[in-house]
Design a protein around this ligand. Structure first.
Ligand SMILES: [Zn+2]
Ligand SMILES: [Zn+2]
Length: 715
């Protein structure tokens, strides 16, 4: 909150208030302006900014997210006559890291990781001059007084060079892998034109096929390898500077190892002075910039830890001596049509609150699910999400979740009156929630996974009634089974499962998620030729022929775990079409299936089949199986998307009419599939209903905590 005291004539004060709204700086946001007039005169004569008050408003402070380098700083960086020419940590009031530097509030320099860099006389003069762009810029610094950069070899010893950043760019050209310390953590960087360093980046198991994001030199150089639509361009150039998924150009001019099997590539533009300086000597149109972490651990923030954990992958380390108070991965966006949709909401977003259309009654802390976790706190009309935490399967990640949550709660002065988590008893997040509830003696709300996704739509769009289509890979249902293709009818915090995709066998449980051929065998268990199919594809199973034989035995016994997951149906089709037989990262088969359907048309036109509450999928899988050698792969892949979209939309429209509900929404990880999303959107709109999707939080599990918190606040 900012308090402004003005003294003068009424007209001039009104003019000031108008200017406050109309001429505010690019990053300023007015949530609420409250004006009190008084007759008393105190004789104010000049402009002054007082020190921030130590007491804070109860409604929660607004902590700024990190902001990409602004145009003014960029031109100073490049100007030979400017005193910050070539200084990597150039920032001003309009740009620079924020959240990642803040140790405690109020947001003043002594409370940030910049406190260890006392300002020089020149910086101090700018900082105290109300007419200067760096007036009260808490991160301001220059080469004289600010953070310094260094280049280390893979043992952590300094490399002798006068210009570490220039040398780093040159080393990238030579095919080296570099670990680069940024504002919110380390990146691993390499050339995008040479296969050698990318193969080395892929050495670790977790990175076998997972797409790497790239940082492009500029918008123009991006156009040499990807297509950019206008909404994507706006996101690329925004102060958030997220990674934006773009469609590759054909042929793709960068290494095919960057995002194998996908028709998209994640691209971001430089967002710090250091990035721009690297491109002064790096020659590629883009460089790989992927979060640096030990397997299944959070992004690395400390120099020593980087050398220890990355020494066998990185040849050199480009580091600086400013500590990172909070880690933050890059955010990721996909535009569905013209609608930017977050895949990962982190740097540039966190921890700015999402404003709710209705104030909530209870302060709730929600811990999310298991994968792509964020925590969320709702306080009155604001929802604060932590930065992206990751998959909470390791001690390191769950510790990060607890630290980030404690830190954010402290910053906003939050104390939970209720805690919320998933229905799944074994999730780490559930255990943390149970512990907090016990320690603080507060109630706990266990929200079903897909209900939480639906809740995220309700909270974002301020609706009390919704028919929500929620499709993803897995969430525990009320019946103890694996859900993931649900149509829910929601009224405030009440929910009813109105329809779902046909239950299919998960042959071997989690193994069926990893090896989609098991899904095919399960879905087509009544197909006489499925044994032959399995035998002809046994090389795609980790234990070959023997495993195929065991699967056939299991099929004949018929004792299965069932799932209504939409993701698993897409996976099975990816396997039938020979697109993907092993899932090495989350969503891999489905993402490759979507990529393979580019340019295809719906040549199957399978009629949506609904029996009671069940939307059939076996009919679709069987048709694709039958036609797999007769119709082009792109057409079959597209037909699968088309069937699922039409079947889900038809069912949702029918339920909405029956229940007299005007809003239909689509959430869950599958909502990031552009083909299915756009087809559902069109079908809902054509039926005269209002369609909503997630735009503030990810439709995937990164948005689950937000839905949990909102629904729990209604209880
Ligand atoms: Zn700036
Ligand atoms: Zn200075």
């Amino acid at each position: 909150m900012v308090e402004i005291v003005l003294e003068g004539e009424k007209e001039r004060i009104d003019a000031f208030l108008k200017a406050l709204r109309d001429e505010k700086p690019p990053l300023a946001r007015l949530d609420n302006v409250q004006v009190d007039f008084s007759e008393s005169e105190t004789g104010l004569s000049d402009f002054k900014i007082e020190a921030s008050s130590q007491t804070r408003s109860k409604s929660g402070s607004v902590i700024p997210p990190d902001i990409a380098i602004c145009d003014d700083c960029l031109s100073e960086l490049r100007s030979r006559t400017d005193r910050r020419h070539g200084y990597f940590f150039i920032t001003c009031t309009n740009c620079g890291p924020r959240f990642t530097t803040i140790i405690t509030l109020p947001y003043d320099r002594p409370n940030t990781t910049m406190s260890q860099f006392p300002m020089c006389a020149d910086c101090r003069t700018e900082y105290t001059n109300p007419m200067d762009r760096r007036f009260h810029a808490q991160t301001t610094a220059c080469a004289m007084c600010g953070p310094k950069v260094a280049l280390l070899d893979n043992k952590g010893s300094p490399v002798n060079t006068t210009d570490p950043i220039k040398e780093a760019g040159r080393l990238l050209n030579e095919g080296n892998v570099l670990a680069i310390k940024g504002n919110g953590g380390f990146h691993l960087a390499s050339s995008t034109l040479q296969d050698g360093p990318i193969e080395r980046l892929r050495r670790s198991k977790e990175r076998r096929n997972k797409p790497f994001a790239v940082m492009a030199r500029s918008l123009e150089s991006t156009l040499t390898f990807a297509k950019i639509r206008s909404a994507e361009r706006n996101m690329l150039e925004s102060y958030i500077r997220p990674i934006v998924l773009l469609q590759k150009t054909e042929p793709f001019s960068l290494s095919s190892l960057i995002s194998p099997g996908l028709d998209s590539v994640g691209v971001m533009l430089p967002y710090t002075g250091m990035h721009w300086l690297i491109f002064e000597s790096a020659e590629d149109p883009a460089i790989i910039m992927t979060s640096a972490n030990a397997p299944n651990e959070p992004i690395i923030t400390e120099n020593e830890s980087a050398v220890k954990n990355l020494g066998d992958i990185a040849d050199y380390f480009l580091v600086h001596d400013r500590e990172i108070a909070q880690r933050a991965d890059d955010s990721v966006i996909r535009c569905l049509g013209e609608i930017p949709t977050p895949i990962r909401r982190s740097r540039g977003y966190a921890p700015a609150p999402i404003i709710l259309s209705k104030a909530t009654r209870t302060a709730v802390l929600a811990l999310g699910a298991e994968l792509n976790v964020t925590a969320c706190m709702v306080l009155e009309n604001k929802a604060y999400l932590t930065q992206h935490i990751g998959d909470t399967e390791t001690v390191e990640t769950s510790r990060f979740l607890e630290d980030a949550t404690t830190h954010l709660a402290k910053l906003i002065g939050f104390s939970p009156e209720r805690v919320s988590c998933d229905l799944h008893p074994k999730f780490t997040t559930t255990k943390i929630a149970e512990r907090i509830a016990k320690e603080r003696d507060i109630p706990i709300s266990r929200i079903q996974h897909h209900h939480a996704h639906a809740g995220s739509l309700m909270a974002e769009h301020g609706v009390d009634d919704i028919v929500a289509i929620v499709c993803d890979g897995f969430g525990l249902g009320y019946d103890g089974e694996a859900w993931g293709g649900e149509i829910l009818v929601c009224h405030e915090d009440e929910v009813r499962r109105a329809a779902h995709l046909e239950k299919q066998p998960l042959l071997g449980g989690d193994l069926a998620t990893r090896y989609p051929a098991r899904m095919v065998a399960g879905i087509l268990r009544d197909e006489p030729s499925i044994g032959d199919w399995l035998k002809s594809n046994y090389s795609k199973l980790p234990h070959g022929e023997e495993e195929a034989a065991i699967l056939l035995q299991q099929l004949s016994k018929g004792d299965f775990i069932w799932t209504s997951s939409c993701g698993r149906v897409l996976d099975s089709i990816a396997a039938i079409l020979g697109i993907c037989f092993e899932r090495t990262y989350e969503g891999e088969p489905a993402m490759k299936l979507e990529s393979s359907s580019r340019g295809g048309t719906d040549r199957l036109s399978v009629e949506p089949k609904m029996e009671g509450e069940v939307i059939r999928t076996t009919n679709l899988v069987r048709r694709i199986y039958d036609q797999r050698e007769k119709i082009a792969r792109a057409d079959l892949a597209f037909s699968a998307h088309s069937y699922l979209a039409r079947a889900l939309a038809d069912a949702a429209v029918g339920i909405a009419e029956q229940e007299d509900i005007m809003t239909v929404g689509f959430s869950g990880g599958v909502a990031l599939n552009e083909i299915i999303s756009m087809m559902i959107r069109d079908a809902i709109s054509d039926a005269g209903l209002r369609f909503v999707s997630n735009v503030a939080v990810p439709p995937g599990d990164g948005g689950v905590s937000f839905g949990q918190a909102y629904l729990a606040s209604l209880q």
